[in-house]
Design a protein around this ligand. Structure first.
Ligand SMILES: [Zn+2]
Length: 475
């Protein structure tokens, strides 16, 4: 048996794009404890015309769906039938994606454990040629001659109910032909069902949403173990506990975790900013990010006459930096990372190791001796020219001046979950995130900046370049 409650699902649609096309027919065959308890199907008015080639393929014409209910009218029926069931479909990503989009259009969410019969067939019958539904029907004799003549309802091949029934019959064949433990192992693997650590309650992962946000793992005495973020909390949290993804950090977390929680955000930026903030506040035991931050450094070029200098991020007075402040480059994860970049630039540009401050003694530098240095150490190039070439090569890594007059808000919105967040940012600092207008006004009025965080700078630079026009100036 695949699971105690299974829904075999098939959809017919107006095309192949889950975002643009619509459902024209849905069928659900429910099996509970191995018994079929319900067969249900409905035509659906797609609220748009069906392309001619699709009409021929499915036999569903514009005429067929005239007067059928829209998805909005059957959404509750569909949800009730699928709730608590393993969602089984052929090319399940297609059907699951379409249903999720139909729910999303109604500003509703839908989540299920999804098993794809294409992948199940591949795993259980690896030697078989072809795993399309037609191939399965032919190979395992899944066609039922009665389907085509059943009174009234559409039941043949390429009808939703006909295809859902074929999947049910495929499940029956598997049960006959394969040992139960082999089926269970295949299903578990395909679903990436997490093996929860025994000290966690069995329902610990229930309710984790397929939404962006931050999650936290706690150990004994609520000791913070780990903070992570994802655009899909459910998948990410589960992945820590599936053998497919397990690494040494996940093994340690599995052994030490006692509880977990999560905070939903409106979007990805909110998750990134919240993760960065919480990691800093809480200092979880197993976040490598924190260790990295202590080593974070920048590169200074105080003047064109001096060698470049490393500075720890904490040593810079970020609040004093206004227009025209000394150029800083980075941030780098560690002095080692900064040195690696400098060495690469030096090799490429023919820079001088003495002027870079790596050699103190006089005479030609090491790079000069191997004909790499253009000769700043032996007076063939002025120090200013040399350092200008260095600054030019580093330009891409220059920490930009804050490109706005004052604070900005970046708004993220998820209509489906009804969450809107405005992230208030000033001088590359995340002042806070507001969920309503009074909050936003309060954050906009904050004068004292939080400590500079190189991770926030990195996140914001990338976000602003990938989402031009996302920033709204705050008065
Ligand atoms: Zn040199």
């Amino acid at each position: 048996m695949l699971a105690s409650a299974v829904a075999f699902v098939d959809l017919e649609t107006t095309g192949t794009s889950a975002a643009g096309d619509r459902v024209t027919e849905v069928a659900i065959v429910r099996m509970v404890d191995g018994e079929v308890v319900e067969e249900w199907s409905s035509l659906v008015d797609p609220e748009r015309s069906i392309p001619p080639d699709i009409q021929i393929l499915t036999g569903i014409t514009n005429e067929t769906v005239r007067g059928a209910p829209t998805f909005a009218r059957i959404v509750d029926e569909v949800r009730e039938r699928l709730e608590g069931h393993l969602f089984v479909a052929h090319n399940a990503r297609f059907d699951y994606g379409f249903l999720k989009n139909e729910f999303a259009r109604l500003e509703r969410t839908f989540t299920a454990d999804v098993l794809c019969t294409v992948r199940l067939s591949r795993r259980l019958y690896p030697e078989a040629v072809g795993h399309s539904l037609d191939a399965l029907i032919a190979r395992h004799g899944l066609a039922d001659p009665l389907d085509a003549v059943a009174g009234g309802a559409r039941t043949g091949r390429h009808s939703a109910l006909g295809d859902a029934r074929a999947l049910l019959r495929f499940a029956r064949v598997i049960e006959r032909e394969k040992p139960a433990d082999e089926i269970a192992a295949a299903v578990k693997r395909l679903l990436k069902i997490p093996s929860l650590p025994p000290q966690l309650p069995p329902d610990a992962l229930e309710g984790v949403p397929e939404a962006p946000g931050v999650y936290r793992f706690f150990g004994v005495n609520d000791l913070p173990l780990y903070i992570g973020k994802s655009v899909n909390l459910r998948d990410r949290v589960r992945s820590h506990f599936t053998s497919d993804y397990r690494n040494s950090n996940d093994q340690r977390l599995s052994a030490e975790i006692r509880s977990l929680d999560w905070i939903e955000t409106a979007g990805e930026l909110g998750a990134l900013l919240l993760e960065s903030r919480l990691v800093k506040e809480v200092a979880p035991l197993h976040n490598a990010m924190l260790r990295r931050r202590r080593l974070s450094c920048v590169l200074r070029l105080p003047s064109l006459r001096e060698a470049p200098q490393f500075a720890k991020v904490d040593e810079i007075d970020w609040d004093e930096r206004g227009p025209g402040a000394e150029a800083l480059y980075g941030p780098f994860a560690s002095p080692r990372a900064a040195r690696d970049l400098l060495e690469a630039i030096a090799a490429e540009e023919g820079l001088c190791w003495r002027l870079l401050g790596w050699e103190k003694r006089g005479g030609p530098c090491f790079a000069r001796q191997v004909r790499k240095c253009r000769g700043a150490c032996v007076g063939e190039e002025a120090a200013e020219v040399h350092n200008l070439r260095l600054a030019t090569a580093l330009e891409a890594r220059r920490i930009p001046d804050w490109p706005f007059a004052g604070a900005i808000a970046i708004v993220e919105r998820d209509a489906t979950r009804g969450i809107e967040e405005a992230h208030v940012i000033r001088q590359w600092r995340h002042i806070g995130t507001a969920r309503d207008e009074p909050d936003l006004a309060a954050l906009a009025a904050v004068r004292r900046l939080p400590e500079f965080d190189p991770d926030v700078l990195r996140v914001l630079r990338r976000w602003l370049s990938e989402h031009p026009g996302c920033a709204r100036a705050l008065a």
